[in-house]
Design a protein around this ligand. Structure first.
Ligand code: BV8
Ligand code: ZN
Length: 249
């Protein structure tokens, strides 16, 4: 069998699928990615907004950046890439299999596309957490009426319930990711530059456990040499084509 036939046979035969997604899967929904051309991240941004020290130093400024991103995400909708993963999950459920998404994104677009099994490795832009009492609350209003937001319980400063650099990922998220990497028979990475740890390591964990691995990304990444197949192009085009091969158009 050639490359394409082997990939198609693997896609059709897989019943336990893990998917790691990054900012690239939401690019075709109009949300900017972090690295690359008009990337969101530059060193200043990371240090200023997405680290505990940066946030503590200037919570107002950090909130302006997160509010801008929440606003963009509120206007965005799931694209054909998100919808294809939701369809694949439904089809696998009917085959008594499963598909679980481990997303680095905080935009909530997988859930809006209908995906049920989603682990938000880096938290969610739609939840706030009090820096004083730790209370978490869902907050989808945009723009926030009070910025920076204050805890309704204790009046403490609230932060986005996301994982900043130098912060550990939530225990439950790490446990889910380890289980998916251990139990899947196919692990797909979509729209991630594969530079942020520990998220990028799950695909190597999966292949270490004998799973086949597939990268769907616009450009080659440090993960490309380590996966079984690497398809380079827009996920909004590639994923619907792959899922149509598996579950029919
Ligand atoms: C941790 C917050 C233990 C939410 C994010 C030195 C000091 C301290 C730490 C470290 C260090 N060295 C390494 C580390 C660990 C660090 C890390 O990985 N750093 C990297 C940058 C070197 N990791 C951490 O700190 C993690 N915690 O390790 O804890 C610890 C404890 C104490 C001290 C040290 C360690 C926490 C990581 C989480 C950070 N928070 N986000 C938010 O604001 O969003 S990470 C941020 O990057 C986002 O979550 C984002 O999703 C993530 C990864 O980026 P990508 O999603 O991959 O996006 P990117 O733009 O990079 O790539 C997009 C890709 O899509 C591109 O390849 C592009 O080609 C492609 N694409 C574009 N369009 C399309 C497309 N593909 C398909 N179709 C398209 N249309
Ligand atoms: Zn509080």
């Amino acid at each position: 069998m050639d490359f394409a036939q082997e990939l198609i046979a693997c896609l059709k035969g897989s019943r336990r699928v893990g998917v790691l997604t990054g900012a690239g899967i939401s690019a075709e929904s109009g949300l900017p990615t972090f690295r690359g051309a008009n990337g969101l991240w530059d060193e200043k941004t990371i240090r200023a907004f997405a680290t505990p020290g940066g946030f503590a130093k200037d919570p107002k400024d950090a909130w302006e950046w997160y509010e801008h991103r929440r606003g963009e995400a509120a206007k965005a909708g799931p694209n054909p890439g998100h919808l294809a993963l939701a369809r694949w999950e439904e089809w696998l459920d009917r085959q008594s299999g499963w598909l679980e998404i481990l997303t680095q994104n905080i935009d909530g677009l997988h859930q809006r596309a209908g995906s049920k099994r989603v682990t938000e490795l880096h938290g969610s832009g739609w939840f706030l957490r009090c820096t004083r009492c730790g209370r978490r609350r869902e907050e989808r209003t945009h723009p926030l009426p009070v910025r920076p937001p204050r805890c309704p319980e204790c009046g403490g400063l609230e932060r986005p319930n996301v994982v900043f650099f130098q912060e550990n990922l939530p225990e439950e998220a790490l446990d889910n990711a380890a289980r998916v990497a251990r139990e899947c028979d196919l692990f797909v990475t979509v729209g991630t530059s594969g530079v942020v740890q520990p998220a990028a390591s799950f695909v190597l964990g999966a292949s270490g456990n004998g799973a086949a691995t597939l990268e769907v990304n616009l450009d080659p990444t440090p993960l490309s040499p380590h996966v079984t197949w690497a398809l380079h192009g827009p996920s909004g085009k590639i994923l619907p084509e792959l899922v149509a091969l598996v579950s029919g158009p």
